[in-house]
Write a protein that binds this ligand. Structure first.
Ligand SMILES: NC(=O)c1ccc[n+]([C@@H]2O[C@H](COP(=O)([O-])OP(=O)(O)OC[C@H]3O[C@@H](n4cnc5c(N)ncnc54)[C@H](OP(=O)(O)O)[C@@H]3O)[C@@H](O)[C@H]2O)c1
Length: 255
């Protein structure tokens, strides 16, 4: 995809990886609209980058997704890129789950329903543009599940699968479909202070933009780049090792 002169909607764009995408896209001279639930986070992002456009929307809610798309097409008819980035991550002990299905369902609604529905709502509009792109932010855990985040891993595997089929169906159109598979990156994902062991955000974003510049369709970084071509045996062993390591650091997790 071309990296300048686009009009880009980024969900979850007021913090973390989404905001880093927004910053880089602004530097490359694009119009950028960021979306999130928290007005305060949006306000802070706008204070830092006055040229950003912001809009409150909870992507887990069907009516809010529809309103967002109606609003953005009306205000920014030249919109041609969607970055499906908003996501949450919950650690879940399946041996001792609560009866509160809504708590678990919310992770599926944000991580899967949101991006699939937003993509479907925007395809028709994107096909009228000269060039367009849908960028889905999945995870290395789409390929090698994290046992401590079982629902999260399933949502990311679902989005990996959807991205593959979306790309095939749109193959003969002007709409490119790109998947970004981050490794652990230092953000507030899952709660403040839980992701401090990963890649620095600026280095990660710089690697991902190198991938975009070289027209890659599946962009990993560090460990997740290797995972894209790893054998089943390597993935299974990696999953087991990561789980053992997690249990060592969190011995009470399954209690
Ligand atoms: N950090 C990592 O290690 C890592 C690794 C692999 C994949 N990822 C993926 O990268 C993406 C970004 O995560 P991050 O690490 O940047 O986490 P983050 O710092 O927690 O950012 C997530 C963003 O999503 C927004 N969001 C959450 N729920 C939303 C909803 N229902 N509607 C609209 N916006 C919502 C949040 O804003 P509000 O709370 O204000 O809504 C926040 O701005 C996620 O899809 C995540 O799964 C991250």
């Amino acid at each position: 995809m071309k990296l300048s002169g686009n009009t880009i909607l980024i969900t979850g764009g007021a913090s973390g990886i989404g905001l880093a995408f927004a910053e880089q896209f602004l530097k490359e001279e694009n119009e950028v609209i960021v979306v999130g639930r928290g007005e305060e986070k949006l306000f802070e992002a706008k204070k830092k980058y006055p040229q950003l456009h912001t809009r409150a929307c909870d992507v887990s809610k069907e009516d809010e997704r529809i309103q967002l798309v109606e609003w953005v097409i009306k205000e920014f008819p030249q919109l041609n890129v969607l970055v499906n980035n908003a996501g949450i991550q919950q650690r879940v002990n399946l041996l001792n789950a609560s009866n509160d299905w809504k708590y678990y369902q919310n992770e599926i609604a944000i991580n899967v329903e949101g991006p699939i529905h937003l993509s479907m709502l925007l395809i028709e509009h994107f096909m009228k543009q000269k060039e367009a792109a849908i960028i889905n932010i999945t995870s290395g855990l789409a390929v090698q599940p994290g046992t401590w985040v079982p629902i999260y891993s399933a949502t990311k595997a679902a989005m990996h699968s959807f991205t593959l089929t979306l790309r095939e169906q749109l193959a003969s159109t002007n709409v490119e479909v790109v998947e970004v598979l981050p490794p652990a990156v230092n953000t507030d994902l899952g709660g403040v202070g839980l992701h401090t062991f990963g890649a620095p955000l600026n280095e990660f974003i710089s690697g991902i933009f190198d991938g975009l510049r070289s027209e890659k369709r599946e962009i990993g970084y560090g460990g997740t780049e290797k995972r894209l071509t790893a054998t089943k045996e390597v993935i299974e062993q990696g999953m087991k090792n990561a789980w053992q390591n997690y249990l060592k650091n969190n011995p009470d997790f399954l209690k």
